[in-house]
Design a protein around this ligand. Sequence first.
Ligand code: NAP
Length: 366
Amino acid sequence: MLSTPLRFASLPLPPPPPPPPMRRFHQKPPSYGPKSALFFPVVFLPPRSCPGQGSRRGRGGPARALDAAQSFDYESRALEDLENRSRLKIAIVGFGNFGQFLARTFATQGHALLAHSRSDHSAAARSVGADFYRDPHDLCEQHPDVVVLCTSILSSEAVLRSLPFQRLRRSTLFVDVLSVKEFPKNLFLNILPPDFDILCTHPMFGPESGKDGWAGLPFVYDKVRVSDTEERVDRCRRFLNIFAREGCRMVEMSCAEHDENSAESQFLTHTVGRILSKLELKSTPINTKGYETLLQLVENTCSDSFDLYNGLFMYNYNSTELLERLDIAFDSVKKELFGRLHDILRKQLFESPGNSNNIKPVDKDS
Ligand code: NAP
């Protein structure tokens, strides 16, 4: 009877699996579990080997089987290396509504998270696996790769000035996610040490509009100051990749251009939502689609803080002009309606033959 090794040696090896498809940039990787959620814009790596499989085959085809086992080990190590290199240590400063919303996705993608805020959000931080620091000195001493400023627009200058920059690495990347862009750009350029990198961003969605995922939602960014060393360019790219791999529509745009566009799109949307909320609209049994849209608009805009809305007004030059145009537009619509009503009333008063109250219009010249 043949010994086991020889029996395996006589079995033909199955053909190797077809090569995995090449992955295009910004395409999601397959999931290898929570640790592997980081994004690599290269090629799919093969799955990890099943325990024992390599050694069993090894008896049959020594060179090939041995190679396969080594290759799988090597590849799983390579995968881990890639994961570690892609993982960022991100500090979120301002851990309120939006900070926590971002943190959930950052955590799912496997990044190490630190948080700091005026109020105690330690429980919320714990729930996403982030370390919460009451004291900004303690936070900065952790040497995050990236600091994301996520406070209200109105408080951002005071908060930024309260950070002990000297405790951070000299190459730290500062990112903001404020809903206006020229203001934080100037703030960063004026306050941050010149060695720090600056990336201004605006994820144009929030906990309400992005609750079912970020696919297709716009993400605006401006690389205001990113040193051209390979490491720093790569760090910036890895941060942007967080949004790209969620499927965001990545829009590179100057901060000034963003503010011009967002006065029209964002400030107008929030203003109309807030005006409608004053009407205390109620759902009816015969809602039209248009009316449903209005109800949805109120919900989307009024769930954000008034500070946020106020910030959109105060820190975007274009907002004042937009409010004035809105006023003029509303007046012009009212004039059109009342003008037509006036014409009809005049006709009834002065021209209807059967009207006993028929009054002859006074001839101005007589
Ligand atoms: P927000 O009202 O604009 O900001 C709340 C955050 O600011 C909290 O972290 C709060 O800290 C902090 N804060 C407020 N006043 C402060 C003060 N005087 N000193 C120190 N910290 C103060 O609401 P948000 O929705 O969380 O927005 C945060 C940022 O993200 C804003 O800049 C906003 O423009 C931007 N953003 C928001 C959305 C959105 O849909 N919500 C979308 C894109 C961008 P505590 O909670 O610790 O008190």
